[in-house]
Design a protein around this ligand. Structure first.
Ligand SMILES: Nc1ncnc2c1ncn2[C@@H]1O[C@H](COP(=O)(O)OP(=O)(O)O)[C@@H](O)[C@H]1O
Ligand SMILES: [Mg+2]
Length: 267
């Protein structure tokens, strides 16, 4: 693994998310293979990798949904093996498979999420409204989620992940199915959170988004981190010209080239 960007640019801070030698096996398959990560307050961290690389598995482990086969996970200084509930109260998660209660309206769902986090009732009401407003869902507030588009479902999921004002936000493929206008709003919200010191940890294969947003990225291949650093550091370490896109760097690390011919019979 290239050791770029592994050192916090602001020394002395405690990382918000730490994974030490994390392994996750499913039978013979090693989905996550000795992953080491430290993500700091105010970092916009991007986990990149092709399908099946282990991104969602890492997010499930870091949010305490799954236990690693071996290794250590600390979030906000707390070992998830010791007290994962204390951590969950301060963490937001937008899972890849949203699992929303689709028989609720958008507003009911947000209120449900707020109550689950035990917010005072007036905050539950006012924050739900504000989130619906900001995410341009106010006119759909009383519509059942089952009738929402994929992008609208993502936004409701994001709103539910934000309602308790988390210190660390995990987003698994947040921009899938979200239209350009909405993704701009979402980007602005996320950037504001990062400026306030929140850690945003997200997985994506939308390279331009990652390039635009992330302070630091890790490239994951078959469960292993093959490169980590700022986009500039990755370009420099790959000996690439500054105008090289993150996508080219990504493909170089993953071992794919533009010349590869997946369907030779197409000609
Ligand atoms: N519950 C599971 N049981 C067995 N294999 C799984 C399970 N979840 C994920 N995997 C496997 O682990 C690997 C990593 O999956 P995942 O973390 O979902 O990748 P990504 O999110 O990067 O697409 C894949 O090979 C996937 O098939
Ligand atoms: Mg995934």
């Amino acid at each position: 693994m290239e050791d770029v960007g592994a050192v916090d640019p602001v020394p002395g801070r405690e990382p918000n998310v730490v994974l030490k030698s994390v392994v996750k096996r499913f039978g013979d398959l090693v989905a996550v293979d000795h992953v080491d990560l430290a993500v700091y307050p105010g970092e916009f961290f991007g986990l990149l990798g092709p399908n099946g690389a282990g991104k969602s598995t890492i997010i499930k482990i870091a949010t305490g949904l799954w236990r690693p086969t071996s290794g250590e996970v600390k979030v906000l200084g707390v070992d998830l093996e010791q007290d994962s509930l204390a951590v969950k109260a301060r963490v937001g998660l937008l899972p890849e498979d949203l699992n929303l209660y689709e028989r609720l309206t958008g507003e009911e769902y947000l209120q449900f999420a707020g109550r689950m986090y035990r917010l005072p009732e007036n905050d539950v009401i006012s924050r739900s409204r504000q989130l619906l407003e900001v995410l341009e869902l106010a006119n759909k507030a009383n519509q059942l989620i089952i009738d929402y588009s994929q992008g609208m479902k993502k936004k409701i999921g994001l709103a539910a992940a934000l309602i308790h004002n988390p210190t660390v936000l995990f987003l698994d493929e947040p921009f899938n199915g979200v239209d350009v206008v909405s993704s701009r709003t979402v980007r602005q919200i996320l950037q504001r959170l990062v400026e306030r010191g929140v850690t945003v940890f997200f997985s994506s294969h939308v390279m331009e988004m990652v390039e635009k947003l992330c302070n630091r990225v890790a490239i994951l291949k078959k469960g292993r981190i093959v490169a980590m650093g700022t986009v500039e550091e990755l370009k420099r370490s790959a000996g690439a010209a500054p105008e090289t896109s993150l996508e080219d760097i990504f493909l170089a690390h993953i071992g794919e080239t533009e010349e590869s011919q997946p369907l030779p019979w197409i000609g």
